[in-house]
Design a protein around this ligand. Structure first.
Ligand code: NAP
Ligand code: ZN
Ligand code: ZN
Length: 394
């Protein structure tokens, strides 16, 4: 038995036993068969839920059954309605970053309804529309957690999938499933007016692009370039345009030009056309790079004005060199940005609710996930695949 499994089983058993005893207390000394017939049998069974995952490296995803813990006093149990597919899910399944633990259930852009909650949860109620993103636990006490930057927790953040949950000594399983159980500190409220399927991608792609626009300044009249028009890129365009910036999309071909303009871009550059980037030299205050594959960062840095910033959020499998002298001439900055903490994620959701910012989605069934992964690897995404969670079957 893997280390920690016994503890997890014991905890699950204890809460099921408690449920049984409470029912017996409430019903008095009646025949055991009669009491048993009134029990919520789902609480007496291990919580197995249908999911989709990869059993080993270099395999496709297929139906898999996973355990969800019984809700603890501070937990919210969520029936997932939709889960977006982020390119980080693709990188993880392909083991692009060399750190994946299999079997793996990806998914970190969840939107669903509260199905139940523990006795100490007061801010969420059954039926509430909520979201869960990348972060499901952290120490809550270190300076980063106290500042609402839980992704940098000094004790190590617990991500919603493929992350070791130190308290429970298990690996987390993500949102490619029908339900999830999460501590209420890490559950976000989805504002009314946002469509649940179109809000799901906000839980990662939304916060990952909103945060650098806020950190590095995106003001009316700023020239902002967005590199790569995929899930992150299209939300970066919508968000930057909603903040009043003049947005230009840098895409590998002309195929997405019409879409870029519809999403709010004023300019469009097909980066593979000869001389295309030279024409844009020293033009941008801010470049948001969302590219998932290898590309030339030096050529992009040339597009910055003096004191401009190129912020990298895309995480290709391998890094790329940047010429230092090119940065020094013009005091240009290269920065990185990692998702965003829980308070900023709620701020982003509220901003999107007020400004009507949502993802353009292609809703798919679970059995279309492998095809969606392939299309994302070919850049063929318009602009986020979102899985209808009712199509997961054991
Ligand atoms: P996506 O939907 O697949 O879009 C990526 C886009 O990048 C493609 O559609 C394509 O756009 C462009 N692209 C891909 N390969 C390219 C190459 N070799 N050269 C130039 N352009 C290329 O991916 P996503 O979900 O937006 O994620 C993008 C990246 O961000 C991934 O690496 C992901 O892991 C990372 N990420 C980081 C964070 C963070 O916290 N920093 C959070 C989430 C995701 P065009 O068709 O327009 O060329
Ligand atoms: Zn993501
Ligand atoms: Zn912490």
């Amino acid at each position: 038995m893997p280390e920690g499994t016994e503890d997890t089983l014991k905890r699950g058993f204890e809460s099921r036993r408690e449920h049984f005893l409470l029912r017996r207390e409430a019903t008095g000394a009646r025949p055991i068969e009669e009491i048993y017939s009134e029990l919520d049998l789902s609480l007496l069974m291990p919580r197995k839920v249908p999911a989709y995952g990869a059993r080993a490296a270099k395999t496709t995803l297929s139906p898999i059954s996973i355990d969800r813990r019984d809700p603890e006093p501070r937990d919210v149990e969520i029936q997932i309605l939709y889960c977006g597919i982020c390119h980080s899910d693709v990188h993880k399944v392909r083991n692009d970053w060399g750190n994946t633990h299999f079997p793996l259930v990806p998914g970190h852009e969840m939107v669903g309804r509260v199905a139940s909650h523990g006795s100490q949860v007061t801010s969420f109620h059954e039926g509430d529309l909520v979201g869960v993103g990348c972060i499901v636990d952290s120490c809550r006490a270190c300076p980063e957690c106290r500042a609402g930057r839980e992704m940098f927790c000094h004790e190590g953040v617990t991500f919603s999938f493929d992350s070791f949950d130190k308290g429970r000594k298990t690996w987390t399983a993500g949102g490619f499933s029908t339900s999830v159980v999460v501590d209420d500190r890490y559950v976000l409220r989805i504002p009314s007016g946002l469509d649940p399927a179109q809000a799901a991608p906000l839980m990662c792609a939304g916060i990952t692009t909103y945060s650098p626009l806020r950190q590095f300044g995106c003001k009316p009249g700023n020239e902002v370039a967005v590199v790569g028009l995929g899930g992150l890129g299209h939300l970066a365009v919508k968000l930057a345009a909603s903040m009043g910036a003049n947005v230009t999309v840098l895409s590998t071909s002309r195929a997405k030009e019409g879409d870029a303009r519809r999403l709010g871009a004023k300019g469009f550059v097909a980066t593979k056309e000869p001389g295309a980037l030279d024409a844009e030299a020293e033009r941008f205050d801010l470049i948001v790079d969302t590219v998932s594959g290898p590309h030339d960062l030096d050529r992009q840095a040339n597009l910055l004005r003096s004191f401009g910033t190129m912020v990298l959020v895309g995480l290709p499998p391998a890094g790329a060199p940047v010429d230092v002298s090119g940065l020094i001439h013009g005091n240009k900055r290269v920065a990185g940005s990692n998702i965003g903490g829980i308070p900023e994620t709620q701020e982003m959701l509220d901003y999107c609710g007020k400004n009507g910012v949502m993802a353009d989605v292609e809703v798919i069934r679970a059995d279309q996930i492998n095809a969606a992964f392939q299309r994302m690897e070919q850049g063929d995404v318009h602009y986020r695949f979102v899985i209808d969670a009712s199509t997961f079957r054991a």
